[in-house]
Design a binder for this molecule. Structure first.
Ligand code: G6P
Length: 371
């Protein structure tokens, strides 16, 4: 009912607006002055120091959050991390032992494939950690330890605030592991923690400035295909932007990595093709930034219309973008938390402009508990 939606037109709109609080609640009690404080039960310091490899298993949006987690955990804790779709993992006899940590990410904690992947990992002697948004759900119960995200209940089929909380959960874990393994200085950890504390207010800023997304969605309501491009942690953001559009707007959408452009996707570019480009900060990542600017030039020369999601101070993208959606400056690993929000809102607005039921898209279920 309208009351449950707290005055919002849909659960999805309400849940997007709850992003800042979801992030705040997931960090609450877990950040100290200059570090993180996580209690992972039996996965204590000794066990975690003995981990040689991490595999993150998940489905859908949770799997895209895992791709962000991979970059952060591997960079900070210097442990090889791979991401596997839970259904690919469980059917391919993956190499597992007691030095492998299998982290599952799930909003519901009930996704069948993710649950089976965890059971498979445990049966092979791997250690298991669940990052889950639902207290007492099956997956955390079947895992050795759990790090709950506290995004609050998510009702809309398309996951939004839970994605933000899943990224935060993995960032917290990455810092925890880096501290245990001595791969980051205390100052470096403190810097990330300070930036994480800014995220809720930065998200509020992003949410307050969405007029252009709204206009864009209305202008694009007849569009039949949208591409999303990103690099590094911007790549999973591009994939997530495309997934959301497919899920609730029924528009063909594809996300790809900037470096892959020449290996195929550029053939799709014809005059008028809209491409969202997730642009890394020129201040923090000058090299990646220049690479993405050349990607933009390549597709623009072929007639693409560019919608850039870029840092507030980034003037370099202006000459190349038809529309720029601004996000505040943060550290590279934290960027997805801010950059994904305009893409979530774009999908929401476009589906709304098309008159679709954004909370209950056709053919999809909130939690896939069957195969
Ligand atoms: C379904 C939902 C997605 C979600 C995925 C994984 O496909 O529609 O929004 O990302 O399941 O769900 P989980 O509960 O495991 O995060």
């Amino acid at each position: 009912s309208a009351a449950d939606k707290g005055g919002w037109s849909s659960f999805m709109a309400k849940e997007v607006s709850e992003g800042p609080i979801a992030v705040e609640n997931t960090m609450r009690g877990r950040l100290t002055d200059r570090g993180v404080d996580l209690d992972l039960g039996v996965l204590d310091a000794d066990v975690l120091r003995g981990i040689h490899r991490i595999v993150i298993v998940a489905c859908g949006t949770a799997a895209y959050s895992a791709m962000v987690g991979k970059y952060a955990i591997e960079t900070w804790a210097r442990v090889p991390v791979e991401v596997d779709l839970a259904h690919e993992f469980r059917y391919r006899d993956p190499m597992l032992d007691e030095h492998t940590l299998v982290i599952s990410i799930s909003q519901s904690g009930e996704t069948m494939d993710t649950k089976m992947a965890v059971q498979h990992a445990a049966s092979r002697g791997a250690r298991t950690l669940s990052i889950c948004n639902t207290q007492g759900a099956t997956i955390p119960r079947e895992s050795e330890a759990v790090l709950y995200t506290h995004a609050g209940p998510e009702v809309a089929v398309a996951s939004t605030k839970a994605f933000l909380a899943q990224v935060i959960g993995q960032l917290l874990f990455g810092l925890h592991l880096a501290k245990l393994r001595g791969t980051m200085t205390d100052d470096a950890i403190a810097e990330v923690v300070a930036e994480m504390r800014e995220l809720p207010d930065e998200l509020r800023e992003v949410l307050a400035e969405q007029t252009s997304v709204h206009e864009l969605a209305h202008w694009m309501s007849d569009t039949r295909s949208v591409l999303f491009l990103g690099r590094h942690v911007g790549y999973p953001v591009a994939l997530e932007g495309a997934l959301k559009l497919k899920e609730i707007s029924y528009i063909h959408a594809e996300g790809f990595a900037g470096g892959e452009l020449k290996h195929g996707p550029i053939a799709l570019i014809e005059p008028g093709q809209v491409v969202f480009v997730v642009v890394p900060s020129p201040r923090n990542e000058p090299l990646l930034h220049s690479k993405i600017v050349s990607n933009i030039q390549e597709i623009r020369a072929r007639g693409a219309r560019i919608i850039a999601v870029a840092e507030a101070g980034d003037a370099a993208v202006l000459p190349y973008a038809d529309v720029v959606l601004r996000v505040p400056l943060t550290l590279p690993m934290l960027e997805p938390v801010l950059q994904v929000v305009p893409l979530h809102i774009f999908a929401l607005e476009l589906a709304t402009a098309k008159g679709l039921d954004v909370d209950q898209p056709r053919n999809l279920a909130k939690s896939v508990t069957v195969e």
